[in-house]
Design a binder for this molecule. Structure first.
Ligand code: T46
Length: 141
């Protein structure tokens, strides 16, 4: 699975899940176990009705995150400044690591898409790099 990821500072995080129950699937993530950091913040995005929306379009300087699609599907574009790849997220127990200095964009949301993100720090606007040319300059420093 990990070999599918070509960019640096990323990877696939697989959570424990119990899918054999007739009344639903239970998925579990634990800090410093399946989730490789202390979770300080979670956020989720729903009501993604505008299928032309583009979210993300930034990188983080230090933040570690894992992004999941816990319902529906969307496309995640990853760019480490050298390699780029696009993944389709649709499996609730497979998350993608969004490590530092990884430009990411989310597109092609299904109407029922729900995105869940686990982060290792509180929201800090000064951790964002929102300009792609700035991102490339920092990578090539
Ligand atoms: C990321 C991707 C995957 C806050 O005030 N606190 C928060 O914890 C977050 C996440 C956002 N905000 C504010 C900042 C903006 O004024 O909410 C507004 C929308 O945020 P943004 O345009 O950054 O949303 P996305 O969906 O483009 O990006 C989000 C995260 O911000 C980002 O860290 O990696 O999801």
């Amino acid at each position: 699975m990990r070999s599918k990821i070509k960019v640096v500072n990323s990877g696939i995080i697989k959570l424990q899940h119990f899918g054999d129950h007739p009344d639903g699937v239970l998925t579990i993530g634990e800090s410093n176990k399946s989730v490789p950091f202390d979770i300080k913040r979670i956020y989720y995005i729903n009501k993604l009705g505008n299928q032309k929306a583009v979210r993300g379009k930034h990188a983080h300087k230090k933040l570690e995150q894992i992004i999941f699609c816990i319902n529906g599907s969307f496309k995640l574009k990853l760019d480490d400044g050298r390699k780029k790849q696009t993944l389709k997220l649709k499996n609730p127990y497979l998350g993608i690591r969004l490590g530092p200095m990884l430009w990411h964009e989310m597109t092609d949301f299904s109407k029922d898409c729900v995105i869940l993100v686990l982060a290792d720090d509180y929201y800090k606007e000064n951790d964002y790099i929102r300009n792609y040319q700035d991102f490339l300059k920092r990578i090539n420093k």
